[in-house]
Design a protein around this ligand. Structure first.
Ligand code: SAM
Ligand code: SF4
Length: 358
């Protein structure tokens, strides 16, 4: 893969441009000219599901409690991100963010920042029926609920837990609380994925949810991902077209990872939209605007980073805000051109998705 094939400026020739020091002010920029404005915050590595593409059935060690950022440490980093680094959008994720009891407080702390960032949540939806209204009240703007199948047996096989009803209740509560548009994230299982995609889209159209189907990436705990088993975006779209009339969405895509399609009204379903996120087959790294913070206070410039920058050590030392800002800027300055999944020398990160934050 070359910089040109990624659509990136070929600064300094075909390899990485000379690094030099990161700028000390202005936007959170990398050496390829990309600006990070979207912060993904993992609140925990724990989860109440065990999705096959993310976690092992058993035997994954949790981060020890003292390793996790406290709410006040996290609040300080959020303030630095928004007031000093130009972050305009914060997404809370995990692990499962709803297993953290202080989620509403963290959302409220983010909502109190000025300029106020957009605040979103990615969740598996379990327990959301009881918390959607309070999260909305705390300042949550939008939500993505992960759901890979509306077939109870398929759901239980994929997530290794029989919790489909809880997720559907959570989705309904999110809609009732006004967290619109409610988005549904789906990763397709090689065994049943195409059938699941068709039924999920029908369900989402009927309920007014916006479905986003994501190509499965090599971020599973067992490192068993195989390129040849991924149900790719082209196959997903070809299958959906057999059942729905899809038209390309006229809105410019910008840095959004999903390619959007408008779904025409039919005798069976109302009109709506569907997105396909081709993270593997049509990487969108050249437009990436993300920076990531793990639950134990490490900055990752990319989902697939093999290097991290330790902000927790700075927080717990005597670093001032300017020191932390500088470390964050340096971490992002070295962001790689692309994830490299399709390169022969690709190395999967040691942390599984549940410990990075998707
Ligand atoms: N537990 C929450 C959930 O499932 O929504 C938040 C964390 S989860 C890691 C965030 C998103 O990452 C989910 O939509 C999930 O489907 C997606 N994800 C997890 N592992 C993935 C993989 N190997 N490839 C692509 N997406 C993945
Ligand atoms: Fe848990 Fe989300 Fe990973 Fe599934 S994808 S195991 S719900 S963290």
């Amino acid at each position: 893969m070359t910089l040109t094939s990624l659509g990136l400026p070929a600064v300094g020739g075909p390899g990485r441009p000379p690094l030099g020091p990161a700028p000390s002010s202005g936007p959170l920029v990398d050496t390829y000219g990309r600006v990070a404005t979207d912060l993904r915050v993992s609140l925990t590595d724990k989860c109440n599901l065990r999705c096959t593409y993310c976690m092992p059935a058993e035997g994954l060690d949790w981060l020890p409690g003292e390793a996790l950022l406290s709410p006040s440490e996290l609040g300080r980093l959020l303030r630095i991100a928004v007031t000093r680094l130009g972050i305009t959008s914060v997404r809370f994720t995990g692990g499962e963010p709803l297993v953290t009891r202080h989620l509403e407080d963290v959302v409220a702390a983010a909502a109190a920042l000025r300029p106020r960032p957009e605040i979103t949540l990615t969740t598996n939806g379990i327990g959301l029926d009881r918390r959607a209204a309070a999260l909305r009240q705390a300042g949550l703007d939008r939500i993505n609920v992960s759901l890979d199948s509306i077939d109870a047996a398929h759901f239980a096989r994929i997530t290794r837990r029989d919790r489909l009803g809880d997720v559907l209740d959570g989705l309904a509560a999110a809609k009732a609380a006004g967290l619109s548009p409610v988005k549904v994230n789906a990763v397709l299982d090689p065994a049943s994925g195409l059938e699941d995609a068709v039924n999920l889209l029908g369900y989402c159209l009927d309920h007014g949810y916006q479905l986003r189907i994501i190509e499965q990436m090599p971020l599973d705990a067992g490192h068993t991902w195989q390129r040849g088993k991924v149900i790719d975006a082209d196959t997903i779209l070809a299958t959906l077209r057999q059942h729905f009339d899809l038209r390309s969405d006229p809105q410019p895509r910008g840095s959004a990872p999903a390619e959007l399609w408008q779904v025409s009204e039919s005798a069976e379903h109302p009109a709506g939209t569907v997105g396909v996120i081709a993270s593997v087959t049509h990487a969108f790294c050249s437009a990436c605007d993300r920076t990531r913070l793990t639950a134990d206070g490490q900055i990752r410039s990319c989902l697939f980073s093999t290097e991290e920058s330790d902000l927790r050590a700075l927080l717990r030392g005597d670093a001032d805000d300017a020191d932390i800002e500088a470390a964050w800027r340096t971490a992002m300055w070295g962001k790689p051109a692309g994830h490299g999944i399709n390169n022969p020398d690709f190395v999967q990160p040691a942390r599984p998705m549940s410990a990075i934050g998707g």
